[in-house]
Design a protein around this ligand. Structure first.
Ligand code: ADP
Ligand code: MG
Length: 269
């Protein structure tokens, strides 16, 4: 069994009840287009939080704002109870502290739809890259950890392969091992199975399920309602930049209240 590791000490005092991520009334625009119109959510420690909603509803943007890959114009983001410090306002708002940004980004590892592995590096080198270059960890220690996580996602024998030599499902599992090797406080998945054929989807879903069963903190954007229903503690339905409805999966999928959610679910299943 693996523990939820951490890659660098978090600053603020925190208890078990402090969510890993808390977002309050977040607004985000691209130019004149307001994409997030006041979104609030929390990712409690040890919980799986899923984000569902139509294409263009702002799911990816919300994930990217949460780990500061995107700026936002107003609202608060807290990492383990510690608020992001901003400078400027509105379209000029930026995080004020680069070290804080770096710490938060490295603690919220992202897994993307398109895997985003380095084509010129082997799988093992891909997994080792960030812990060595970003966190400055000793190679030997990182290699042991990388091999451990590659075994865990079931591709330990592929350590020497290049991404192009592997199936999409294997590449995505390598990307998950890479995220795990950072020993982050939370994993953020953006449609991790959308680029995969149905039979390869399952091998990735199995890995995600196992991580959920271990009690890892995760936020998962997914179009896979079955996976969301099975593994989530809490599901948020995003519609046009607002949380239209949220709740435990049994309630949200079993007895949706809003017409938009009902419509969305009947169109997806
Ligand atoms: P989802 O992930 O739910 O499909 P996104 O967060 O990707 O939605 O996109 C939400 C809206 O923001 C869409 O209208 C999309 O076109 C727009 N958008 C996303 N990224 C950008 C960008 N970099 N520049 C301009 N508009 C963007
Ligand atoms: Mg998206």
């Amino acid at each position: 069994m693996l523990t939820n590791g951490s890659n660098s000490g978090a600053g603020a005092p925190r208890g078990e009840d402090t969510p890993v991520i808390e977002i309050r009334d977040l607004h985000k625009s691209y130019g004149d287009l307001e994409v997030l119109k006041g979104v609030s959510m929390t990712a409690p420690r040890g919980h799986v939080t899923s984000l569902i909603g139509s294409s263009g509803s702002g799911k990816s943007t919300l994930l990217r704002c949460a780990n500061l890959l995107e700026d936002s114009q107003s609202g608060e983001i807290l990492f383990e109870g510690e608020p992001i410090r901003w400078q400027g306002t509105g379209l000029h708002r930026r995080p004020a502290d680069r070290r804080q940004v770096r710490r938060i980004r490295t603690n919220l590892s992202m897994v993307f739809q398109q895997f985003n592995l380095w084509a010129h590096l082997t799988v093992l080198e891909n997994v080792m890259e960030a812990p060595v270059t970003v966190l400055g960890r000793p190679r030997a220690e990182v290699e042991a950890r990388a091999r451990h996580y590659l075994d865990k996602v079931g591709i330990g024998d592929k350590w020497d392969a290049y991404p192009a030599q592997m199936s999409g499902g294997q590449q995505q599992r390598a990307a998950i091992a890479r995220a795990l090797c950072m020993e982050p406080r939370a994993l953020l998945f953006d449609e991790p199975t959308s680029a995969l054929d149905p039979e390869l989807e399952q091998e990735v879903i199995r890995v995600i399920r196992a991580l959920a069963a271990e009690g890892r903190t995760m936020i998962i954007v997914t179009h896979d309602m079955r996976m969301a229903a099975d593994i989530s503690d809490h599901v948020l339905f995003l519609h046009q930049g607002l949380i239209e409805e949220e709740g435990p999966p049994s309630r949200l999928f079993g007895a949706p209240k809003s017409d938009r959610l009902k419509q969305f679910l009947s169109a997806t299943v």
